[in-house]
Design a protein around this ligand. Structure first.
Ligand code: CP
Length: 310
């Protein structure tokens, strides 16, 4: 495959190939080998139209650990502020020799458009409220490392599903990998139509909690939300927040996940985020490994855009 745009179109074999490749790469870094020569001569462009800490930095770290050259582009401070379009921006970057473009954009579908304009591989690093495939892959990788095979595992995803590209990507990928996913959210924070979402929906967090192998909390995305959508913060935390009391009612061995950034004290209590059951820091570490696997699989067999492995 040339691009990674969504988990909805990722087959089970493709998904397992990424996870197994990431596992091999993790073993290499466990042997204190920090850098591989695999992508020497390739150029990866990070094209970020929305803010990011984890995704942008981990793609940069992943590309550098594979010896690729990295160009970081942030829309803030660029000619986008003078009105330059996504297409012209992309073609400008391509003219500088991008073999892969990692794009985060506020518009759902922007990476798909980009893939029709550039010659290199396109990786979706989050598009609007649509998908964030590498987040779902790193989440699945983290679950597999903690719990083993995901077949039959029960994963509960809680919170602002309406605005969450993380939720959508996870629902599709986890279903493909054989897990049973339940979404828990207030009715106002669920999409109006959930046709094609292979999961169950519940409004009762406490009923689902004791049957969950994984509880994944979502950030309340205030920046994408009209204030009238949202109950009070206190009411939200009471019904849909993960506090120490709820943590105590999870099954033995169950884990707590959050993609970050967190609203501590809103969807997740600080003590829960920092507890031994939390994989939040591991998720960040695993993000670098999984993104190395994605870049490796997309680029290692391809010819460099210009120059390259001579
Ligand atoms: N989880 C995630 O996508 O975080 P960033 O927005 O910091 O990249």
């Amino acid at each position: 495959k040339r691009h990674l745009l969504s988990t909805a179109d990722l087959s089970r074999d493709d998904a397992l190939l990424v996870l197994d490749t990431a596992e091999q790469l993790a073993r290499v870094s466990d042997r204190s080998i920090k850098k591989l020569p695999t992508l020497r001569g390739r150029t990866v462009v990070n094209l970020f139209f929305e803010d990011s800490t984890r995704t942008r930095i981990s793609f940069e770290a992943a590309a550098k650990r594979l010896s690729a050259d990295v160009i970081n582009f942030s829309a803030k401070g660029s000619s986008v502020s003078k009105g330059e379009s996504l297409k012209d921006t992309a073609l400008t970057l391509q003219a500088m020799g991008a073999d892969a473009v990692v794009i985060r954009h506020g518009a759902s579908g922007a990476p798909h458009r980009l893939a029709t304009w550039v010659d290199g591989s396109v990786v979706n690093a989050g598009d609007g409220t649509h998908e964030h495939p590498t987040q779902a892959l790193l989440d699945a990788f983290t679950m597999r490392r903690r719990l083993g095979d995901l077949d039959g595992r029960r994963v509960t995803i809680v919170g602002d599903v309406l605005h969450s590209r993380v939720a959508r990507s996870n629902v599709h990928l986890l279903h493909t990998l054989g897990a049973q996913v339940t979404l828990v959210a207030p009715p106002t924070l669920l999409p109006v139509s959930m046709d094609g979402w292979p999961c169950e929906v519940s409004y009762d967090f406490d009923a689902v909690l004791p049957k969950s192998d994984v509880v994944m909390m979502l950030r309340v995305q205030h920046e994408r939300m009209n204030a009238s959508f949202f109950p009070s913060a206190r009411e939200y935390s009471r019904r849909y927040g993960l506090d120490t009391d709820r943590l105590g009612r999870m099954p033995d061995g169950a884990i707590v996940m959050h993609p970050g950034p967190m609203n501590r004290g809103m969807e997740i209590a600080a003590d829960v985020a920092d507890s031994v059951r939390s994989t939040i820091v591991e998720q960040v570490t695993n993000g670098v490994t999984v993104r190395m696997a994605v870049l490796y699989l997309l680029l290692s067999g391809s010819e460099p855009a210009i120059g390259g492995d001579k």
